[in-house]
Design a protein around this ligand. Structure first.
Ligand code: SAH
Length: 432
């Protein structure tokens, strides 16, 4: 979400006449877009914020904008007092405050309304920064802002506000605008992306949106994340299976493998119903890859409860598991009402156990791809090698002198590891 928001803001700044620089010392405007989902993210944001002070001391004209979850939809007086060198603060996904500030500062009379609205996009509007136009292969589009689910550990609802879907036509316009600027793959984003449209007046669904996006000619691939187990309808899964451009890849977090912990997390499902869901996904979408999220060391999580998570992961054989150690977030229910009683070393031990289990699982799953031919959409060349992904979201590296950017090519896999694959482009067989 922050990547999408930052791009959008960078493009709006360029339309006001600003240009990007790699050197903070040269900047007239610095935007720090922040995440606070775990303490480590918050610490990083605070560290960066502190490091900006000397720049401001040397250049009083520098404008520093602090954006995102460190501010949140309700503002953050404490942070503003602590970091007085911040000139403007903006809630997540909102370029408005900075654009207004800069316009007023420049003494301009009028600001184009659509520049400060975070939503409105016209089909032919430039929404990518100049240096990414024609180069960015894969882009994000937030379609559901905020979240109203309120898992007990999660700070997102407090920082991003209540759930609201973006208007249908706006999403389509943004997709078309991105595709016109060279984008080949779009990933739709939401905290519970499957709930897209449910809060809009019309009976709109994510499945409908996928069908309409599918009609955009030059768009090659469509993805979406994150799903919540309770909102994945058969209609959605069948739509994914039925549309060739929609990638067979689902991100659906389990968070814990024990029903008591799931209840304490207020996730709203059981281990049994999650297992059934995974079976249903695999039945309805042949060849699907599935990613999950897991938190270890939630307050009160016993070793036996952790073992259940371990067994579940071992059983379900997910393609990817994003692992996190529980981090109490001020303002959440679990931080207020529950004791963070699992010592760090124990959280780390559980984390490492799951990590090495998943390494083995992913190695086994990926090893089956050796010698097989898969379709890869190439996104960039890094250190002499092309990097791309399969529809199932596996990372693939290929050595090639050809210009592969934005191309979807058949690749034969020659090496597999737990986190990535290596392959070669098949020699094109001549038809004559
Ligand atoms: N809305 C999505 C994504 C939430 S943030 C969802 O429901 O899954 C991404 C991941 O961060 C979550 O899935 C969770 O595993 C992790 N996370 C969120 N809050 C956390 C916390 N307080 N401590 C540790 N991990 C957390």
């Amino acid at each position: 979400m922050n990547v999408a928001d930052s791009r959008r803001l960078a493009s709006a700044l360029e339309q006001m006449g600003y240009l990007p620089t790699r050197k903070p010392k040269e900047a007239d405007v610095i935007v720090l877009n922040t995440c606070v989902v775990r303490q480590s993210a918050e610490d990083k944001a605070i560290g960066r914020l502190s490091s900006l002070r000397p720049l401001k001391d040397n250049n009083p004209n520098l404008v520093i904008n602090l954006m995102g979850c460190l501010i949140g939809v309700r503002g953050n007086q404490e942070i503003q007092k602590r970091f007085p060198w911040v000139d403007v603060v903006s809630p997540p996904s909102d370029p408005g405050p900075l654009l207004h500030y800069l316009t007023e500062r420049a003494g301009r009379q009028q600001i184009q309304e659509n520049q400060t609205k975070r939503n409105a996009v016209l089909d032919d509007e430039l929404i990518l920064p100049l240096e990414e136009q024609g180069k960015l292969v894969s882009a994000y589009i937030p379609i559901v802002y905020g979240c109203s689910h309120a898992c007990t550990y999660c700070i997102i609802p407090a920082k991003r506000g209540i759930e609201h879907s973006r208007p249908y036509q706006e999403v389509l316009s943004e997709a078309k605008a991105l595709v016109k600027q060279g984008v080949k793959e779009i990933t739709l984003l939401g905290q519970i992306v499957d709930r897209y449209g449910l809060d809009l007046s019309e009976q709109l669904t994510l499945a409908m949106l996928l069908r309409d996006l599918h009609k955009i000619d030059a768009l090659k691939r469509i993805r979406f994340l994150t799903s919540h187990p309770n909102w994945m309808t058969d209609e959605l899964l069948e739509t994914v299976a039925g549309l060739p451009k929609v990638c067979p890849h689902i991100e659906v977090p389990i968070q814990a493998g024990d029903n008591e912990i799931l209840k304490a997390m207020r996730r709203g499902y059981t281990v049994e119903s999650y297992r059934e869901l995974i079976q249903r996904i695999r039945r309805l979408i042949p060849g699907v890859s599935i990613a999950t999220d897991i938190i270890v060391g939630f307050p009160g999580e016993t070793n036996t409860q952790f073992q259940k998570t371990y067994e579940l992961l071992n059983d379900l054989k997910m393609d990817v598991a994003h692992l996190a150690r529980y981090s109490p977030r001020k303002g959440t229910f679990s931080a207020r009402k529950m004791v963070d009683n699992i010592p760090n070393e124990e959280k780390m031990r559980r984390f490492r156990l799951l990590e090495s289990l998943q390494e083995q699982i992913a190695s086994d799953i990926n090893a089956r791809l050796k010698g097989r031919t898969v379709s890869v959409l190439f996104e960039e060349k890094t250190r002499g090698r092309w990097r791309g992904r399969t529809p199932t979201n596996k990372l693939v590296f290929v050595d090639s002198q050809n210009q592969l950017l934005g191309q979807e090519q058949d690749v034969t896999i020659t090496w597999t590891g737990p986190w990535s694959l290596i392959g070669t482009i098949e020699p094109v067989s001549s038809s004559g």
